[in-house]
Write a protein that binds this ligand. Sequence first.
Ligand code: ATP
Ligand code: MG
Length: 376
Amino acid sequence: VIGLMGGGQLGRMMIQAAHRLGEKVTVLDPDAQGPAAQIADQVIVARYDDFVGLAQLAECAKVFTTEFENVPAASLRFLAKFGPTMPDAHSVAIAQDRRREKAHFTACQVPLAPHAVIASEADLAAVSPTLLPGILKTARLGYDGKGQRRVAHAGELAAAWAALGPAPCVLEQLLPLDFECSVIVARGADGQAVHLPVQRNLHREGILALTEVGPGAVPEALAQALVAAAHTVAQGLDYVGVLCVEFFVLRDGRWVVNEIAPRPHNSGHYSMDACDVSQFDLQVRTLAGLPLTAPRLHSAAVMLNLLGDLWFAQGETAQTPPWADVLALPGAHLHLYGKHEARRGRKMGHVTFVAATLDEARRHFAQACAILGIDA
Ligand code: ATP
Ligand code: MG
């Protein structure tokens, strides 16, 4: 039995993979009806820092994992007394704090954006003008572009910091991005590691909008460099489990690492339909101590995130989007997460278009966008 912290869609898709391999999953989540809880073998309804609930989880599972990165590190340390936790509290604690994350990248000698930690008025006063214009990001608890402020010049810095707390932050130089990529690595307890092909990501309003993968999505030499960097980052953490490493590719061709997610990632969802082994299969294999085989991409793919906004295309009452029309397109794979209520900006599902070539996948993706009334 796998003990899972968190009840969202990442957990749900992990459970689907676990069930295929004959594994059982107990979920700990405050919501008894969430996407993962709906299909879990057992649900413990508790807060993530509730030690009574955690003790129950410890009793019924042999290995532990998390599907979200803001799980309290203390909870993972508690579970580690009862069985392996993958990833461990140490890796999760680093991923939870941009300051420690950047220190780790520096220690691994992987290129990263010029930045400064801002935790006091003195830090604020000492900011080098070369970091501006920049982006001020809270060190902890940011996601989907939340907890960030753009800072055009030094005069805006104090107000931006005040608006974010003032809490410990990292100021990053605003880089001229060409595009964004991510690499998903799975590493077993024995140190053996495999990775998914490198994907190219497009964000809209701070949220991942679409991911493309396949010949032509990312130049080969760049892909190789990013894969090597992702493995270095994982190895440096002595990481066990699935890790996503996000990168920015700059207009002059250079690249920097942005951040890590200590779990399967939205940008790896295409692997369920375009690879012979998905990121969730890899997560279950690491947990169950099963062999990790290198995933093979058998189709090019474009994945489109389905946000709650699509339910309000016709007005203020939520209406189910025209899935039948989308599913009539060749190579369309629809995944809905079972969320009870559509809300704007909420991730409700995704659809992946697979095809023999990326151009063909893009064509069907563009047709789906027209059907759903979104910009391709
Ligand atoms: P998530 O966890 O959902 O990936 P996040 O809230 O942790 O997002 P980041 O990934 O750091 O935030 O930033 C969100 C987006 O903002 C990036 O995907 C990128 O498009 C843009 N961005 C962030 N930092 C920079 C930077 N230094 N220069 C240029 N653009 C940036
Ligand atoms: Mg990000």
